[in-house]
Design a protein around this ligand. Sequence first.
Ligand SMILES: Nc1nc2c(ncn2[C@@H]2O[C@H](COP(=O)(O)OP(=O)(O)OP(=O)(O)O)[C@@H](O)[C@H]2O)c(=O)[nH]1
Ligand SMILES: [Mg+2]
Length: 195
Amino acid sequence: MNINNVKLVACTVLPCQYPQNKLPDIALAGRSNVGKSSLINRLANRKSLARVSSSPGKTATVNFYEVDNTVNIVDLPGYGYAKVSKAEKAKWANMIETYLNKREGLINVLQLVDIRHKPTDDDVLMLDWIRRSGFSPVVIATKKDKLKKSQVQGAIDIIKDTLSVDTVIPFSAEKGDGCSEVWDVINTILKEAGF
Ligand SMILES: Nc1nc2c(ncn2[C@@H]2O[C@H](COP(=O)(O)OP(=O)(O)OP(=O)(O)O)[C@@H](O)[C@H]2O)c(=O)[nH]1
Ligand SMILES: [Mg+2]
């Protein structure tokens, strides 16, 4: 797979707008501001393919990035952002749930959490949904560069315990740590799903 061949193919709200390119989807889930869009930019070696912002709530649609005619990486709106209106929250939750429940080609969801914080109840719920859907959980701990080296293992252990997972991939969109591990996971998911 040529990872430099990535293009944004659709920004969608409704299922009828989802691309029909017959490729499998791997989606990214996580709280607002955790670094989902930044991870896509880092994976693709591009600075501003996906729009990123320091204020939460940047990605407000379900965005499909087609990688080398092989897989759609899907950037979802974030959840858990306290400062938006109830109506806005409901709209985003609805978009996320509709996507997760309706998208036939979905083969896994990568769960992103901020390495500095204990995963929230929303994160736990999200991971439960991933498990119930029959997917093997993949947890990525973002913003590793924000911790000192000596703090990383302790932070990873808290995430493992809270989400009951055996492995967590430490990742930094800023420095590139964990990028090849995430590509390895994507390739494994594709292989195991028969692609
Ligand atoms: N230092 C550092 N900052 C990061 C990293 N990843 C993301 N950020 C910053 O965190 C902020 C949010 O990043 P986004 O990629 O927009 O987060 P998101 O999860 O897509 O957010 P929503 O679209 O609002 O759901 C931005 O200011 C990024 O520059 C990282 O690995 N290290
Ligand atoms: Mg985003």
